[in-house]
Design a protein around this ligand. Structure first.
Ligand code: MLT
Length: 263
């Protein structure tokens, strides 16, 4: 089985938080601390990131399988709340496809259900080639400009530096694996109207990677989903609007984290 490194913080109903590309579980540290009094927050490093080894055959489905394996390994038998940011959301959708009975509620943050378009796939393949030729340093710099919103770029130098440090820590091979995995992921859009679990959908007002209109349209297709927009935030909604994001997550957890028997 694919082993994943992870953090496990707090006590209460289990919540699994899945990080964005090309970061690690470190991006959830503040959220896990804030929610520790109401939930047990498990945050894995997805394969090829942080301290988790790469997958022999990278794919979003295998990443999802590895997270389900971790939940088993931790002997979490009750259904979990899964929250994923961007690539983490792609993994969350695949967990839902593979094991809907293991998921009690979904958090979908700055993510999309649709697969890559041919143009997006081509862009990822070109980026893989570039990283293979030149390494990840140059592309990482450009990525930082697109990940953060204009407000954060103009007014949060400490956050930009933190994002830079994380980008520099990413393993270029893990990055190429994930680009390949994302380019070839399944389309989950047909699943949206069939979702019966509670869902919290969050978008960033200034997100240029997955624009707010697209995230809102996804939320509209999920029966009963709650939608929140983080103002003056780019793609990294939990880092760019930490207080608003954590408050929204906490409200959602408080509401949906009761044991299944009392729901
Ligand atoms: C992410 O933030 O996880 C990625 O930008 C997602 C993507 O490239 O599709």
């Amino acid at each position: 089985m694919q082993r994943l490194d992870y953090s496990d913080t707090g006590e209460g109903p289990p919540v699994v938080l899945l990080h964005a590309f090309p970061f690690s579980r470190a991006m959830w540290d503040a959220d896990a601390q804030r929610c520790a009094s109401i939930a047990r927050v498990i945050a894995p490093d997805l394969p090829g990131f942080g301290l988790s080894p790469r997958l022999p055959q990278p794919s979003i489905s295998r990443m999802a399988g590895a997270v389900l394996g971790l939940i088993d390994e931790l002997r979490v038998h009750e259904p979990v709340i899964v929250g994923g940011l961007s690539m983490g959301g792609y993994v969350a959708f695949d967990m839902m496809r593979q094991a809907p009975e293991r998921i009690r509620a979904l958090g979908l943050f700055a993510t999309r259900a649709s697969a890559d378009t041919p143009q997006q796939r081509e862009a990822r393949e070109a980026l893989i080639e570039r990283i293979r030729r030149e390494g990840f340093k140059g592309p990482a710099q450009r990525l930082r400009e697109t990940l953060l919103g204009s407000t954060s770029l103009a007014s949060r130098p400490e956050l930009a530096e933190q994002v830079d440090r994380w980008l520099q820590m990413a393993n270029p091979y893990g990055v190429m694996d994930a680009l390949h995995a994302m380019a070839n992921r399944r389309d989950a859009a047909a699943m949206l109207p069939t979702l019966t679990c509670p869902a919290l959908v969050i978008a960033g007002e200034e997100d240029t990677i997955i624009p707010v209109e697209e995230v809102r349209a996804m939320a509209d297709r999920i029966p009963g989903a709650m939608f929140e927009m983080m103002p003056q935030s780019g793609h990294l909604v939990n880092l760019e609007q930490p207080q608003l994001f954590q408050a929204a997550l906490e409200r959602f957890l408080r509401h949906h984290a009761e044991p299944a028997s009392v729901q």
